[in-house]
Design a protein around this ligand. Structure first.
Ligand code: FAD
Length: 455
C-alpha cells in the first residue's frame, strides 16, 4: 500500500495534485525527485537554474520533514530510477504531472510502459504545470490554438479546479534509500550569475504575498516600465512549480481590478505557449511557421550581442541584466530578441540558446515560442514588425535610468544622449569606452525587408 509522488516541474506542497493524488492513493508515499541524467545530456542543466533547483529541493525536503516525511533523491535515468524505487518500496502507483515538451512527453510514455511491464500504474495529473491543461482547449477541427486572442477567450471561460492546501502529514515507507540533497555545483558545471533570486516554495510564497500587497493593482499601468521593474518576478517560481499557476490565477481573480486582469492575461500567455508546444514539440528547435528565412551568419555580431556590446545602449542593458541576474524584464527580452533576429537578422535559435543558458526561468515552451513570436516564425499575426531599439528605448526607458543602471560606461551621460551615444562629439565619445553601433539601423531595416521580400 505505497504510492510514489514523482516531482518534476511541481516543486511545492501547496496546491499540488500530484502529491495530493499520491497521498490519497495509499497509506504511505515516497516523495521522489530524480536528478535526471537526460536533462544534463540535453544541455538543459545550467548553473543559474541549478542554483535555484538546489534551493527548491532543500526547501521541499524541509517542508516534508515538518510533516513527518522527507524527500527521496535519486540520480540517473528518471524512468529507471523511478522503477527501481517503486520496486524497493513496493509501490503500486506513480503520480506525475502532465507536461508539454517532447522531453516530458517521452518521459511519460517510457515511464508508463516500464511501470506497466512491472504490473504498476502511472497516474498523470493535469493542470499542475499550467492553469488549464494543454489538451483541454481545442478549437473545432484543429489540434491546438495557433493565435492567442481566440485561445484567451476560451481559456477565460474555463473553470479551474479548486486550490488545495498543503498536506498535514506525509508518511514515507521505511528503508527507501536516498542520495544527499544536491548542491548547485553537482547539478551543473560553471559559475552562476551574481544576483540570482533565492529558490523554493517558501520564498515564492513570500514574494507572492508581497506582490499581491504592493504590485498587482498597478500592474496594468506599470508592466512595461523598464527601470520601474514593476512586474512580479514570479517566473522562476512558476517554471519550477514552486508556485501553482491555478492558485495564481484564482487569487488574482479574487483580488479583481485592472492590474489583476492584466496579470491573468500574462499567465494565459504562459498556458498558450505550453499548449502550442504540447501540440508541436518540434517547435522547440524548428520554425513553427516555416518561412524559409536564410539567417545571416555573423559570429562577431552574435558575440557582441551576447556580451552586451552592440553599441545600442538599451539592448546592451538588457543583455547585461541577463548576465547579472539570470532574469530580464519582458520588454528587455522582446527588444533584445528583436534586435538579434530582425536588426542583425541572425537565427532565433542562437539567441534562444543564450537566453536558456542564463535565464533562471528558462523554459522551453515560453522561451522558444516567445523567440519564434518575435522572429516572426511563430504565432505573431504581424511577423514582419521590427522593434527599433531607439524607439523602444525612448518609449520604455524615457529617463534612461534602465541604461544607466546596467551600462556603467554611460551612467554619467545626461538626457537623451544616454540612448544615442554615437551622436556625441568625437572627443566625448572616445572617453566613454563604449562600442560604436554594430550596425546602422536604416541599412539593417532595408536588409530585413529585402530578406523577407517586402520590397
Ligand atoms: P510578469 O509580468 O509578472 O508576468 C506574470 C507571469 O506571466 C510570468 O511570471 C510568466 O509566467 C507569465 N508571462 C508573462 N509574459 C509572458 C509571455 N510573454 N509568455 C509566456 N508567459 C508569460 N518566460 C519564462 O517564464 N521563461 C522563458 O524562458 C521566457 N523566455 C522569453 C523569451 C523571450 C524572447 C520573450 C519575449 C519572453 C520570454 N518569457 C519567458 C516571457 C516573459 O518575458 C517572462 O515570463 C517575464 O518577463 C517574467 O517576469 P515576471 O515574472 O516579472 O512577469
Amino acid at each position: 500500500d505505497v504510492s510514489i509522488a514523482l516531482f518534476t516541474s511541481d516543486l511545492r506542497l501547496h496546491d499540488n495534485p500530484v502529491l495530493g493524488g499520491a497521498l490519497r492513493a495509499a497509506r504511505r508515499t515516497v516523495p521522489l525527485f530524480v536528478v535526471d541524467s537526460g536533462v544534463a545530456a540535453a544541455g538543459f542543466a545550467v548553473p543559474n537554474r541549478a542554483a535555484f533547483l538546489a534551493d527548491a529541493l532543500a526547501g521541499l525536503d524541509e517542508a516534508l520533514r515538518e510533516r513527518g516525511g522527507r524527500l527521496v533523491i535519486r540520480r540517473g535515468d528518471v524512468v529507471e530510477e523511478t522503477c527501481r524505487v517503486a520496486a524497493e518500496a513496493g509501490a503500486g502507483e506513480v503520480h506525475l504531472a502532465g507536461d508539454v515538451s517532447g522531453f516530458a512527453q517521452r518521459r511519460e510514455e517510457r515511464l508508463r510502459a516500464a511501470l506497466e511491464a512491472d504490473g504498476r500504474g502511472l497516474r498523470v495529473h493535469d493542470a499542475v504545470v499550467t492553469a488549464v491543461a494543454p489538451g483541454a482547449l481545442v478549437p473545432a477541427g484543429k489540434d491546438h490554438f495557433a493565435v492567442f486572442t481566440p485561445y484567451f477567450r476560451r481559456w477565460s471561460a474555463e473553470s479551474l479546479r479548486t486550490v488545495t492546501p498543503p498536506p498535514r502529514a506525509v508518511h514515507v515507507p521505511p528503508g527507501v534509500r536516498s542520495e544527499p540533497l544536491p548542491d548547485a555545483g553537482s547539478l551543473a558545471r560553471g559559475r552562476p550569475s551574481p544576483a540570482l533570486p533565492e529558490g523554493g516554495e517558501r520564498e515564492g510564497r513570500r514574494r507572492l504575498e508581497a506582490w499581491r500587497r504592493d504590485g498587482l493593482a498597478g500592474y496594468a499601468d506599470r508592466h512595461d516600465d523598464l527601470p520601474g521593474d514593476a512586474t512580479s518576478r514570479l517566473s522562476p517560481y512558476l517554471h519550477f512549480g514552486c508556485l501553482s499557476p491555478v492558485e495564481l490565477v484564482t487569487r488574482a481573480r479574487q483580488a479583481g481590478g485592472e492590474g489583476a486582469e492584466a496579470f491573468v492575461r500574462q499567465l494565459a500567455w504562459r498556458d498558450f505557449h505550453h499548449q502550442l508546444l504540447a501540440a508541436r514539440p518540434r517547435a522547440a528547435a524548428h520554425d513553427y511557421r516555416t518561412r524559409h528565412d536564410r539567417w545571416r551568419e555573423a559570429p562577431e555580431e552574435l558575440a557582441a550581442w551576447r556580451a552586451g556590446r552592440t553599441g545600442y545602449p538599451v539592448v546592451d542593458a538588457a543583455m547585461r541584466q541577463l548576465a547579472h541576474e539570470g532574469w530580464m524584464h519582458n520588454r528587455a527580452r522582446l527588444l533584445a530578441a528583436s534586435f538579434l533576429t530582425k536588426t542583425l537578422y541572425l537565427d532565433w535559435r542562437a539567441g534562444a540558446r543564450h537566453y536558456l543558458d542564463l535565464l533562471v526561468d528558462g523554459d522551453v515552451a515560453n522561451n522558444q515560442l516567445n523567440w519564434q513570436w518575435v522572429a516572426g516564425t511563430g504565432s505573431d499575426t504581424r511577423p514582419n514588425r521590427v522593434l527599433s531599439p531607439l524607439a523602444q528605448a525612448r518609449r520604455f526607458d524615457p529617463s534612461g535610468a534602465y541604461v544607466r543602471r546596467w551600462v556603467p560606461e554611460l551612467a554619467g551621460l545626461e538626457g537623451r544622449a544616454v540612448h544615442e551615444p554615437w551622436r556625441l562629439p568625437d572627443r566625448e565619445r572616445r572617453r566613454l569606452a563604449y562600442p560604436e553601433p554594430v550596425v546602422d539601423l536604416t541599412d539593417a531595416l532595408a536588409r530585413f525587408r529585402r530578406a523577407r521580400g517586402l520590397e
